[in-house]
Design a protein around this ligand. Structure first.
Ligand code: KG4
Ligand code: ZN
Length: 337
């Protein structure tokens, strides 16, 4: 079954053709980085407009590269949640119109389940396992029972880790996009240059939760308070000290989840899963098999959407053409108590 995937939830316009949820025939990602760079963050209105401009050529390119036409495609899978509303609506409306006009099955899928599926594109991974979804909008630690069946154990109670990377990079003028730049700078810095605080999450039901607003505030507004005077305040040292703390926050929650669930496989996904320190520390965990998607499938792409969509379509599950876009997904974010 050949599935066309469409993804436009944030600032990448993407389309892909994937066969049977595994074989990637094409994966086109048109990045909008140059258009958001001067604002050092995603500007939703610019993102929506670029999606509108690019969606047709990107889908055409994905079909051409795969040697397919819309007639030879068996189904269309599109991200409809969570994400920026204006961005989501462009891909979703386009996908619906295409499915309707070509009389093809249509399925709307969850972007975060897509991130989790990214690792499955290149290999078969048996369920259950521990899932780690870390991106610009989310941090989710979950038990995964199937492609559409997860039990959220922990989540961020405030900011997502990717957001903290992006805001720190923005404040210190490191460049855009922040995550990958901090990752690179940190390689030449010393993580001991500052001792930023760990969030205190002692309450019941918070064992696997994470928090990033305290770290973000400490790095941006209170750096002198936590800085080790033996070190110079270079971008490399700031990046290394921040990143080591950011990763430690995730690792604490993950280690608890491994210990309590007894699960021995962890599958990571989302843009922050591209972080080299996080990958290194997870890989060093004893008795844990860590599976990461290749870097280009960690960040937003449509191959993961087409791959995930295949499994719904195979089960005969379709979405109605009036299904809505949704900026948020219930249960993926925890509210502070
Ligand atoms: O999954 P993604 O492409 O989009 C969302 O669904 O949010 O994730 C984007 C996030 C951004 O915050 C970006 O700074 C972060 O992933 N990111 C990284 C790295 N590469 C991307 N964060 C840390 N280290 C990286 N190497
Ligand atoms: Zn994403």
């Amino acid at each position: 079954m050949k599935v066309l995937g469409i993804e436009s939830s944030c600032d990448e316009t993407a389309a892909a053709v994937v066969i049977d949820g595994k074989t990637i025939c094409s994966s086109i990602v048109a990045t909008q980085i140059p258009f958001h760079e001067e604002y050092r963050g995603v500007v939703p209105e610019i993102a929506s407009r670029k999606h509108t401009e690019w969606i047709l050529p990107v889908v055409e390119k994905a079909l051409n590269e795969a040697g397919e036409t819309i007639q030879t495609i068996d189904g269309i899978a599109v991200t409809n949640r969570p994400g920026l509303m204006g961005s989501l609506l462009v891909g979703l409306t386009f996908g619906k119109a295409l499915a309707w006009s070509a009389q093809k099955p249509f399925i709307a899928v969850n972007h975060m389940l897509g991130h989790l599926y990214a690792a499955h594109l290149e290999q078969d991974i048996p369920y259950p396992y521990l899932g780690l979804l870390v991106s610009g909008g989310h941090a989710i630690i979950c038990k995964v029972y199937g492609f559409d069946s997860i039990e959220v154990l922990g989540a961020t109670i405030d900011d997502a880790p990717g957001e903290a990377f992006d805001k720190v990079a923005k404040f210190y003028n490191f460049g855009y996009p922040g995550g990958v730049i901090i990752d690179r700078l940190a390689k030449n810095g010393n993580p001991k240059a500052a001792n930023f605080p760990m969030p205190v999450l002692h309450e019941e039901g918070r064992r696997y939760d994470v928090s990033y607003s305290g770290l973000k505030t400490a790095v941006i507004n209170q750096i002198d308070r936590f800085w080790n005077p033996e070190f110079e305040k270079t971008p490399e040292n700031i990046a290394a000290a921040f990143q080591s703390r950011a990763v430690k926050i995730l690792m604490r929650a993950i280690k608890r989840a491994i210990e309590d669930t007894g699960l021995t496989t962890l599958v990571a996904g989302g843009g922050v899963a591209a972080n080299s320190l996080l990958r290194e520390q997870l890989a060093a965990e004893k008795n844990l098999k860590c599976i990461f998607p290749p870097l280009k499938y960690c960040t937003d792409n449509a191959a993961m959407i087409a791959g995930l969509g295949y499994h719904y379509l195979k089960r005969g599950e379709y979405s109605e053409l009036n299904c809505p876009a949704s900026a948020r997904v219930e249960g993926f974010k925890k509210k502070p108590r």
